[in-house]
Write a protein that binds this ligand. Structure first.
Ligand code: 13P
Ligand code: SF4
Length: 362
């Protein structure tokens, strides 16, 4: 029988760290730990491989380990399950590590939107559905089935090029900000975009407005990145005229517009890494990553500053703590799989189609 989590609750951090290292060495090549850049430091340090969502999905697809222990959020572990072989096992150390943005779109609501669009034109002829990777597997399957595709924050531009080359409109979910910024960068005017309010009939729009729109943006956002505001950038610019601003594309349009660079977590790391000594950065993304960058680059004389005066952490990702990681790994050592993430086969096939299109295009 699997070891229960209860006894791990009170395990102190030092004991956890030692037990994680011990379990990892016993598991050897049988297990690989993937860690997203937002992961808390006491877990991130145990990751064998780290990356943004695109890099982690490629790494999962290439992995030969039997057990993929995903220190990230639920949709990432689902992607790992979809892209790995049937004999491989994807594990999320705490099942409550979800993504609040991913939860803003679900299959029933997207199907309703598709049906409502079908009263105006045939969406399968006119609209490419594009789902941000931050979404449940059944939405990726929906895109697979309807000629659509998945994107991440690092390939959204290329994915939109692909999508518009096939059909004249895009339905982009769940993150309106990534969709708006990426479409704007490729030259789509803001007037050609509308926000689809899934709680309103026809998304809250007239038939004429829907016919005229090129980019239909789902009314979703990231609760962490919505905290960054244009006035944070303006204040930094007035205090540090030579400072440089970099933001994640989940930030709102005005924050992105005021930034010098906009990119995925991997891009943010690389851009600051490649910058000259003595530069001063304001970074609009999750706190764990920004704190890591501040510590890492201090020795090179680079100053890295968090964009918001309030704490903006991905609280769901932070649920993967050393206690859950130790519990997961020690169960594997004892021959038990806990918290396996499995996508049903029919759904996985269609989701794989949409993910494979993305991996090919990027
Ligand atoms: P990245 O793909 O840039 O790592 O972003 C993932 C994410 O969830 C950001 O909130
Ligand atoms: Fe989801 Fe936002 Fe957390 Fe990213 S930072 S995983 S979008 S809630």
């Amino acid at each position: 029988m699997a070891i229960a989590f209860d006894s791990y609750r009170s395990l102190d951090d030092a004991a956890c760290q030692a037990r994680i290292l011990e379990a990892k060495s016993e598991l050897g090549k049988n297990a690989v730990i993937l860690g997203h850049h937002y992961q808390r430091e006491d877990v991130y340090r145990h990751a064998d491989l780290t990356g943004d969502s695109l890099k982690l999905s490629r790494l999962a697809a290439q992995s030969e380990a039997k057990y993929i222990v995903f220190c990230g959020v639920h949709f990432m572990a689902e992607v790992a399950d979809v892209l790995t072989g049937p004999e491989q096992v994807s594990i999320l150390p705490d099942l409550s590590a979800g993504c609040s943005m991913a939860d803003m779109a679900n299959l029933a609501k997207v199907e309703r939107a598709w049906h409502e669009l079908s009263t105006v034109f045939d969406p399968d002829e006119v609209v490419t559905p594009v789902t941000y990777i931050n979404s449940a597997a059944d939405l990726k399957a929906f895109c697979g089935e309807h000629g659509g595709i998945v994107c991440t924050s690092s390939n959204a531009g290329k994915i939109l090029d692909w999508s518009f080359s096939r059909r004249e409109k895009v339905l982009f979910f769940p993150d309106q900000h990534l969709g708006r910024w990426s479409a704007h960068k490729m030259g789509v005017p803001l007037d050609d975009m509308l926000v689809w309010d899934y709680d309103q009939p026809m998304g809250g729009h007239s038939i004429e407005a829907i016919k005229a729109a090129k980019m239909i943006l789902w009314k979703g956002h990231c609760s962490v990145h919505q905290m960054f505001q244009p006035q944070h950038v303006e204040r930094f610019r007035s205090q540090h005229p030579d400072g440089i601003v970099i933001s994640h594309p989940e930030c709102n349009f005005d924050v992105c517009r005021l930034s010098d660079y906009v990119g995925s977590t991997e891009t943010i790391i690389k851009t600051i890494h490649d910058a000259p000594e003595g530069t001063h950065w304001l970074v609009g993304t999750e706190l764990n990553l920004v704190e890591r960058l501040a510590n890492e680059f201090a020795s090179q004389g680079k100053t890295v500053q968090f964009m918001s005066p309030t704490v903006c952490m991905c609280s769901t990702m932070a649920r993967i703590d050393p206690q859950h990681l130790a519990w997961t790994l020690e169960n594997l050592v004892a021959g038990h799989v806990v918290n396996r993430i499995t996508v049903p086969q029919d759904e996985a096939e269609l989701a794989r189609l949409a993910l494979s299109r993305m991996l090919e295009v990027s």
